[in-house]
Design a protein around this ligand. Structure first.
Ligand code: TPP
Length: 550
């Protein structure tokens, strides 16, 4: 039976199990919109492609299957690149479909023409253009496989409009259902043997592929082996943070005691993580040239093993597959005292340290941590405000943290919309800085239109605080390009049909949050925070003073 390209595409997506796509329309892919029309696939129509791509990325992060995004050529694709970069750095499966110019006019710099292979080459896992309608299923099938294989990531498929609107008689394809590979007994033995010889071993978990089972397995493994475990950047929900073997996370503002422990460790068991720049504090905690410790690296992609650190043992396996095997291994040592010390360091680190002002971010985060349901999802982007979240929020279950390891501002709100649509019965909280939120707050109407009800907590300090902090350290007193004039965020929520409140003291936060929750609507709680407050514990003036006296 002949079908137009848009229909072939939507039928194929349906067969691949896609339930929801995120898009901003363009005249370049009308046939795809027509295919979606009666496909049963929900189309979340967004306000800007950056937000749409971040929602798709968040969908991929939540479900482990590719998040799908549709954008138009040229400006649509360049806007969407923000989300593609997040998916790349976060190893998230995602497929971006870009409406492309009529391929008979290629290379004439036709209206909105872009060579996507060149443009996305360095930030996508695979980029291709489908020039023949009858090859659409083949390309889509491959795009889904590539997005999920090895180290997952984003795939970009350009769809010329003449190809999409043409008809073809072609069957849909199935993508292979991969049987998850197991870690070999040989690899397990090698890991345990090396571990058994260590005096101060440390387990680091991170990367993609995690699951509730992996959380249970890592907890069983570290309990049996009496060994400490820490989380990579923004992978804090990989283990119950209340677990006695949990020693904290390797974040931008890492606990100095944990950094010292990392240096002191004589063996690192890296499970799933790329063990990158942030986890190693700019490769200073562990010297790539001379690590001075045994390194065991388990990663789903062989290409990541030895990329920076040449490990003593490298194993190609997903983190969860490795942990299935390791969880049941007999104990090979007992590092109980070393583990208890790591936990004690972490406990001391998460005891709220008072910041200046009437509304204290450490208290607000602690309140959220103590009062949100265990399965509540918390999202964020980048900024100083996020450091309070990472330090004081106690993650309990896998699947409760959506945060960009790429450090992309503007991520938290679109991610919260995607989370609220995916899990309408769960509480979804987006924590945002005033700068961060304004990068994607145009998606407020997207949330309202599609019935998403996240609660956005905006930490309003009237500035790009992180950069201002760095500025005061480096060029004290010379404020340049970091001040913000903000709208009334609570009124903004109301303008869109949501619920909004301004909170100025810590004591008022809980009641405001309760009212936001019982409104049942998309909400914004604008927290007026002290401009002096820094997550490092110092005040802004103290930072300036110290810099001036150098
Ligand atoms: C898309 C993007 N642009 C710029 C930056 C650089 N950047 C990192 S943090 C930051 C300031 C964040 O400001 P805000 O959201 O208000 O939070 P605050 O630091 O004040 O708590 C900036 C501009 C970034 N990480 N991402």
């Amino acid at each position: 039976m002949e079908r137009h390209g848009g229909r072939i595409l939507s039928d194929q997506l349906q067969k691949l199990g896609v339930r929801r796509v995120f898009s901003v329309p363009g005249e370049s892919f009308l046939a795809a919109l027509d295919g979606l029309y009666d496909s049963g696939i929900a189309n979340v129509v967004c306000r800007q492609e950056g937000g749409a791509a971040m929602m798709a990325e968040a969908y991929g992060k939540m479900t482990g299957t590719p998040g799908v995004c549709f954008v138009t050529r040229g400006p649509g694709a360049t806007n969407a690149s923000a989300g593609i970069h997040v998916a790349m750095q976060d190893s998230t499966p995602m497929v971006l479909f870009v409406g492309q110019i009529d391929n008979r006019h290629t290379d004439r710099e036709t209206f909105q023409e872009v060579d996507y292979r060149a443009m996305f080459g360095g930030i996508a896992k695979w980029v291709a253009q489908v020039d023949d309608t009858d090859r659409l299923p083949e390309y889509i099938g491959r795009a889904f496989r590539v997005a999920m294989s090895g180290r997952p990531g984003p795939v970009v498929l350009a769809l010329p409009e003449n190809m999409l609107s043409a008809a073809a008689d072609v069957p849909d394809v199935r993508i292979p259902q991969m049987v998850p590979s197991e870690m070999s007994g040989h690899a397990t033995q090698a890991i345990l043997q090396a571990l058994g010889q260590a005096k101060r071993p440390l387990v680091v978990v991170g990367g993609p592929h995690w699951s509730a089972q992996a959380q249970a397995d890592v907890q069983a493994f570290v309990e049996r082996q009496k060994i400490p475990v820490v989380a990579g950047l923004r992978r804090q929900d990989y283990i119950d943070n209340r677990h006695p073997n949990y020693g904290g996370d390797l974040n931008v503002g890492v606990n100095p005691r944990l950094a010292a422990r990392m240096r002191e460790a004589d063996l690192l068991l890296l499970i799933g993580t790329r063990f990158g720049d942030i986890e190693t504090q700019g490769y200073t905690l562990v010297d790539p040239g001379n690590p001075q410790k045994t390194i065991i690296h388990i990663h789903a992609s062989g290409d990541e093993i030895g990329r920076v650190y040449a490990p003593d043992i490298g194993v190609v396996a997903t983190g969860p597959a490795a942990l299935r095997a390791l969880a049941v291994a007999e104990p090979v040592g007992d590092w109980a005292a070393w583990t208890a010390a790591a936990r004690a360091d972490h406990d001391a680190w998460i005891a709220p340290q008072e910041s200046p002002g009437a509304l204290k971010q450490e208290e607000v985060i602690k309140w959220l941590s103590d009062n949100l349901p265990e399965d509540a999802m918390v999202t964020n982007g980048a900024g100083n405000y996020a450091a309070w979240l990472h330090r004081y929020f106690v993650y309990k279950k896998h699947g409760t943290q959506l945060a960009p390891t790429s450090g992309s501002m503007g991520y938290g709100f679109p991610a919260a919309i995607a989370a609220s649509l995916e899990y309408p019965d769960r509480t979804v909280v987006c924590l945002a800085g005033d700068g961060c939120f304004q990068m994607t707050c145009n998606e407020l109407s997207t949330a309202i239109q599609h019935g998403a009800t996240p609660i956005v907590v905006v930490m309003d300090n009237g500035r790009y605080g992180t950069i201002r902090m760095h500025q005061e350290k480096t060029y004290p007193g010379r404020v340049s390009g970091t001040a913000l004039v903000n709208p009334d965020f609570a009124a903004l929520a109301r303008a869109y049909g949501g619920y909004g409140e301004v909170v100025t003291t810590t004591a008022d936060f809980a009641a405001a949050f309760g009212r936001a929750q019982s409104s049942g609507k998309l909400s914004i709680i604008a927290c007026k925070v002290d401009e002096e407050a820094l997550s490092t514990g110092a005040t802004l003036s103290a930072v300036r003073k110290a810099a001036l006296s150098r």
